[in-house]
Design a protein around this ligand. Structure first.
Ligand code: CU
Length: 651
């Protein structure tokens, strides 16, 4: 199921849109009573739909008749006329832009092309539909005459509007939450809202000027005649003329009779702008061709800047198909040439794909059962997305084998023939590599080298004979920097065929290390690069103090098998209470003469160390990484540490 709620902002957006719905409903209902042409009512309803409380505010401050009969006077100031003019520009243009945005996002055009299509759609929707068709009722001239007259005002206003809207869309859609490119996400509509507001602010000054120059009209008053004449009352063109004989509305009385004055109205008091239609028809604009040309040029420059400048920072060649729906780590630097593949690799483990959740008590590295099939040990691994608790209050969204982290332990014996069916229930392709094993090349799991990656919902059977013994592990070899860092790894322990070859110990404990990047409740693949640095660290899928406590008695020995399942960092693993003896490295048992005492081993990615530690004293002894940051949880210590730390308790 597709949840709209992933980040805190989603709850805010839901509240915002609920408020927007209420505001729009109010403006629609209240506007129905407001004495103005229906095109203005629609304008305010649409703008309120796009901008919520801001649309309501504009409506109430500039247009809603404050007292019966006061609309003419109320809407007269130039700043309100400018709002009215901007409203019908934005209502038309934004509708075109938003419709286009929804369509191009579904088609998957690159962002730069999106913007151009959106601009054209906004312009043509505004000019040919909203401005010309809807305004026709007011302007009273032919459709094409209206298109001709509206062209430059619409062009200038649209340019300014898109100059404000384009950078908002570019930066927010292509920012760190690229769900904003997907119309089925709340944040897409949030970005549209912010964009429309920015567009409104950018277009407003030019609209004030154009109203003042008589080349655009602003707010208008239109009243129904008298009760009893209802049937003609709504014919808009007629209505304007009717206002002549409406003595009560003195402000309306100029009408078509005083064309010159209408055109020259810039002082708001002298010639009220609400004498829209006839005025426009017979308008003699004050603006000169030079002024209109200069305004057009400036608007074009701003438009080009708004459309092109963001390409300095974000990759405008990406499309919703490439990266739509991804959420990037909040601090990851992104550049104008950051590739779609790079973004996909570093994006979050999609929390909406989580199939199962596990409490803090759940443990990974559980021995994997097998079935015998004609002398072959048959195992099954399935990789999927789970929610795994690494601390009581930290649940990571992880990629996991068989619903556990680490993945289940494959425990076999030297000489065993094994077949492992790997099912891929991840949203991306995978393979499994059997680290350190001598096996047929086709079974090595190197994606695109020795095999085609296993597609989502696919499977692959690995089959080989174990010819070595010791401490090994398995992990994906398709995008391991992403998928292994999200939790795909598991121990492969091979007992020697000759039991005497096993170096004995009273206890055997496997340690698999991992780094995590967990922010805002989302999980990203930790990597040693800017913005991707880990803030949590786990031993066997748990951070201290949720790691296991190893219990043993005085004088007993403990074999610790360190496995470098860690992806991007070397961890100097240290044990308190005296040195251990390193007896095996990378699965290979060291000759007696080559074994050595140490108290720290650098466990690099891929490396394994088997060490034997003796409980020389009673008490609590630590196993921990010696990079102190790695023994903290998001930089805090709990109960004396965190992260890569575990306790050996000796009685
Ligand atoms: Cu470390």
């Amino acid at each position: 199921m597709h949840s709209l709620f992933v980040l805190p902002v989603d709850y805010y957006l839901a509240a915002w849109f609920a408020l927007t719905a209420a505001c729009t409903l109010y403006v629609a209902i209240d506007g129905a009573k407001n004495p103005e042409p229906s095109v203005m009512k629609w304008g305010f309803v649409l703008v309120t739909l796009y901008t919520g409380p801001f649309g309501l505010l504009l409506y109430v401050l500039t247009d809603k008749e404050p007292r019966p009969g006061a609309h003419e006077q109320f809407v007269r100031p130039l700043w309100k006329q400018g709002v009215g003019s901007t409203i019908h520009c934005v209502a038309g243009d934004a509708t075109g832009i938003i419709l286009a945005a929804v369509i191009v996002a579904s088609i998957g055009l690159p962002m730069w092309l999106d913007l151009i299509v959106e601009y054209l759609a906004g312009f043509f929707f505004g000019l040919f539909i909203f401005q010309s068709l809807f305004m026709k009722e007011m302007m009273g001239s032919s459709y094409f005459e209206n298109v001709r007259r509206s062209f430059f005002p619409e062009f200038i206003s649209m340019n300014f509007m898109m100059a404000g809207m384009a950078p908002v869309m570019s930066f927010l859609m292509m920012g760190h939450d690229m769900r904003a490119m997907v119309p089925t996400e709340l944040i897409f509509w949030g970005v549209m809202s912010i964009g429309v507001m920015a567009g409104f602010v950018a277009a407003y000054p030019s609209n004030v000027w154009m109203v003042a120059q008589g080349i655009k009209h602003g707010l208008m008053t239109e009243r129904k005649r008298d009760v009893g004449h209802d049937e003609e009352a709504d014919a808009d063109v007629a209505a304007t003329h009717r206002h002549h004989d409406h003595a009560a509305h003195a402000a309306m009385s100029e009408g078509s009779a005083s064309h010159a004055e209408n055109g020259a109205h810039p002082a708001p008091v002298a010639a009220p702008m609400h004498m829209q239609a006839p005025m426009h028809m017979h308008m003699r604009p004050e603006a000169t061709s030079a002024q209109i040309a200069a305004f057009s040029l400036t608007s074009l420059v701003l438009l080009a800047t708004g459309m092109i400048a963001p390409a300095n920072w974000v990759n405008m060649r990406l499309s919703a198909d490439d990266v739509g729906g991804l959420i990037m780590p909040p601090n990851m630097p992104m550049y104008r040439n950051t590739a779609a593949a790079a973004m996909r690799e570093m994006s979050f483990a999609d929390s909406r794909l989580v199939g199962a959740q596990f409490p803090i008590e759940a443990r990974g590295d559980r021995e994997l059962p097998f079935k015998m099939d004609a002398g072959v040990k048959v195992f099954e691994l399935a990789a999927s997305v789970i929610r795994w608790r690494i601390l009581p209050d930290v649940a990571v969204d992880a990629y996991a084998y068989n619903n556990q982290i680490p993945g289940p332990r494959i425990h076999i014996r030297e000489g065993d023939r094994v077949r492992i069916r790997v099912r891929n229930d991840l949203p991306e392709a995978t393979t499994v590599h059997w680290h350190g094993l001598i096996l047929p090349n086709a079974m090595d799991g190197a994606s695109e080298i020795t095999q085609a990656p296993i597609p989502p919902s696919g499977f692959f059977d690995y089959e080989f004979t174990a010819r070595q013994h010791g401490t090994y592990f398995y992990h994906p070899h398709a995008e391991p920097d992403r998928t292994q860092a999200l939790g795909l790894y598991g121990a492969l322990i091979i007992d020697p065929i000759n039991a005497a070859a096993e170096i004995p110990a009273d206890h055997d404990y496997v340690i698999q290390l991992q780094e995590w990047l967990w922010r805002d409740g989302l999980t990203f693949p930790a990597m040693p690069m800017d913005g991707m640095q880990p803030n949590y660290f786990t031993i066997n899928g748990k951070a201290y103090p949720s790691t296991d406590t190893i219990r043993m008695k005085l004088g007993e020995t403990l074999k610790v098998r360190f496995i470098g399942t860690n992806n991007g960092f070397i961890h100097p693993m240290h044990v308190h209470g005296g040195p251990f003896e390193v007896v095996a490295r990378d699965g290979e048992t060291l000759q007696k003469s080559a074994r050595y005492l140490a108290d720290t081993v650098n466990v690099g990615p891929g490396q394994r160390y088997d060490v034997i530690w003796r409980a020389r004293e009673r008490g609590k002894w630590l196993i921990h990484c010696h990079i102190p940051h790695h023994t903290s949880n998001d930089n805090t210590e709990t109960k004396g540490g965190g992260g890569l730390m575990a306790i050996i308790e000796v009685e």
